[in-house]
Write a protein that binds this ligand. Structure first.
Ligand code: HEM
Length: 126
């Protein structure tokens, strides 16, 4: 059974997906609500999400190799994340997947998995 990492197309394809995700977040005012939570320079955000997703999709554990356990929910605590922020993140990621022509079944599986994680990151009601 191929991993999500392999089905997405490996390192280069995932890197492109993350770049598209942050380009959209940076350019589209619909995502300003979450863009403004991030640093002006998105280089490290791009790297960290890429390293994280590499391991999360079943590829090389680049994030944990560098930083150990991610404690993602804890790391998101300084940022107010409610339904609106969760949905902006999800819409932005779905658009990035559409643009990268991720195959339909894979997209549905990733959408469900991303949603669980994004919803878990919520730390404010509303
Ligand atoms: C639900 C909406 C979310 C919002 C508003 C959000 C926002 C943020 C912000 C502001 C940061 C800190 C700046 C940065 O390092 O880029 C961050 C870091 C991070 N986020 Fe999110 N995030 C969300 C969901 C997610 C999800 C679903 C994932 C994983 C699939 C994720 C993975 C990460 C990672 C790996 C980091 C870096 C953590 C570190 O500092 O080591 N985030 N996020």
């Amino acid at each position: 059974m191929n991993t999500h990492y392999q089905r997405l197309g490996g390192q280069e394809a995932i890197r492109k997906l993350i770049d598209r995700f942050y380009d959209l977040m940076d350019e589209d005012p619909d995502y300003y609500g979450i863009r403004k939570l991030h640093p002006a320079d998105l280089t490290e955000s791009r790297n960290k999400l890429y390293w994280y997703l590499s391991g999360w999709t079943g590829g090389p554990p680049e994030y944990t190799d560098r930083f150990g356990h991610p404690f993602l929910r804890q790391k998101h605590m300084p940022f107010a994340i409610g339904e609106s922020e969760r949905d902006q993140w999800m819409t932005c990621m779905l658009r990035a997947m559409d643009d990268m022509v991720v195959e339909t079944d894979l997209k549905q599986e990733l959408k469900a998995a991303f949603f669980k994680l994004a919803d878990f990151m919520r730390n404010r009601t509303g």
